[in-house]
Design a protein around this ligand. Structure first.
Ligand code: PMV
Length: 356
């Protein structure tokens, strides 16, 4: 292919959906080669249908890498992170060209809505396709993991398990699909409490937790047990078992982080207000359970049939700025090309920049 001024282009566009961990990844293996980004434990997630990132990558013969997030040039550190990630692809594919990357989220960035998961999953798929590199789903998951741990899970749809692996080179550390998106009509109601970016990155917060929290060793043991139980509960479509476990696991993650030195506190008063609201509704017989990531937002897990009532309660709660009801969503996939100069304009509904 040939673009403006005779530059040779090879372009691909991919979409990946965000995912929310039902059993959290919180801590990396230490003393492994930099860049491998290996988690200390497994994790288990649900991919979301409504929140996604769309990314196009085009390789060309000359010039530096160019990275556009939500229609504007990426700030230096984000652009460098993308370039480092692309180097992995260039190295594997034997491609030496520079890349033009355009990425759009249809939801707010870097505030604990798991945007790095969809961002690096979409980037992995688009970059490999643009570089002409054929990679298995497992290989894409391994690659996405090097961008962001949770991104490995966004390669797959539905309910997904991340395998921690044990090899020092990370070759056995990738995600695998457990059940597809149509397996169980569960909903995650994403209650956004702010559009502000989080103050501490999840990588920094994990490092601090692993190095200083006295609860960290117990957390690591807990996750292994919770994954086994969550897998079984999902296998039986048993929300009465899965729900309480999901909420306990998230609270344990935050308790471990809170005990770090200095402490890591992602919550705001709005977070507690929603937790208390859901607790109160449970006392009245509603089957709904909370989970919280590296930010103040709360995601509420319930069955499809309970979702309309749950949504009404959350929408009436002053702590909730915006509510997005998500079902289990699809895995990452390539999109048909829109032409040589086609960008991703128009694909991101609210067009916020991607958390790269
Ligand atoms: O993938 P990262 O580095 O953004 O870390 C994700 C951390 C959590 O969202 C809190 C938990 C998870 O498993 O997604």
């Amino acid at each position: 292919m040939s673009g403006e001024s005779g530059i040779r282009w090879k372009k691909a566009t991919a979409r990946a959906h965000s995912n929310i961990a039902l059993v959290k990844y919180w801590g990396k293996r230490e003393a492994v080669p930099k860049g491998l980004n290996l988690p200390a434990t497994g994790s288990l997630s649900m991919t979301l249908d409504r929140l996604h990132t769309t990314t196009s990558v085009a390789f060309r013969d000359g010039g530096p890498d160019e990275v556009w997030l939500g229609g504007t040039p990426a700030p230096g550190p984000a652009a460098e992170r993308v370039s480092r990630f692309l180097d992995l692809v260039r190295e594997q594919a034997g491609v030496s060209g520079s890349a033009v990357v355009r990425s759009w989220n249809n939801f707010p960035t870097a505030s604990g809505l798991a945007s790095s998961a969809s961002a690096f999953a979409a980037l992995a798929l688009a970059a490999c396709a643009a570089a002409g590199l054929e990679v298995s789903r497992e290989g894409s998951s391994r690659l996405a993991r090097m961008g962001s741990g949770s991104a490995a899970r966004s390669i797959f749809g539905g309910f997904v398990e991340m395998l921690p692996g044990s090899r020092p080179d990370g070759s056995d550390c990738y995600a695998r699909p457990l059940f597809g998106p149509d397996y169980w009509d569960l909903r995650l109601l994403v209650a956004q409490t702010t559009s502000r970016k989080k103050e501490v990155s999840s990588s920094e917060a994990m490092r601090r937790t692993a190095r200083t929290s006295p609860f960290y060793p117990s957390w690591i043991r807990l996750v292994a047990r919770d994954i086994r139980e969550a897998r079984e509960a999902i296998g039986r479509r048993d929300l009465d078992r899965l729900g309480p476990l999901v909420e306990r696991n998230a609270l344990a993650m935050h308790a471990t982080a809170l005990a770090a030195d200095p402490p890591v506190l992602f919550w705001s008063p709005a977070t507690v207000e929603i937790l208390k609201l859901v607790e109160g509704l449970r006392k009245q017989g509603m089957r709904a359970y909370c989970t919280i990531d590296a930010g103040p937002h709360v995601k509420v897990l319930c069955q499809g049939e309970a979702a309309p009532e749950m949504a009404r309660h959350l929408e009436a709660c002053p702590a909730v700025q915006r509510l997005t009801e998500c079902r289990p969503g699809p895995g990452a996939h390539l999109l048909p090309e829109q032409g040589l100069s086609g960008s991703c304009e128009g694909v991101g509904e609210s067009g916020s920049s991607t958390d790269l």
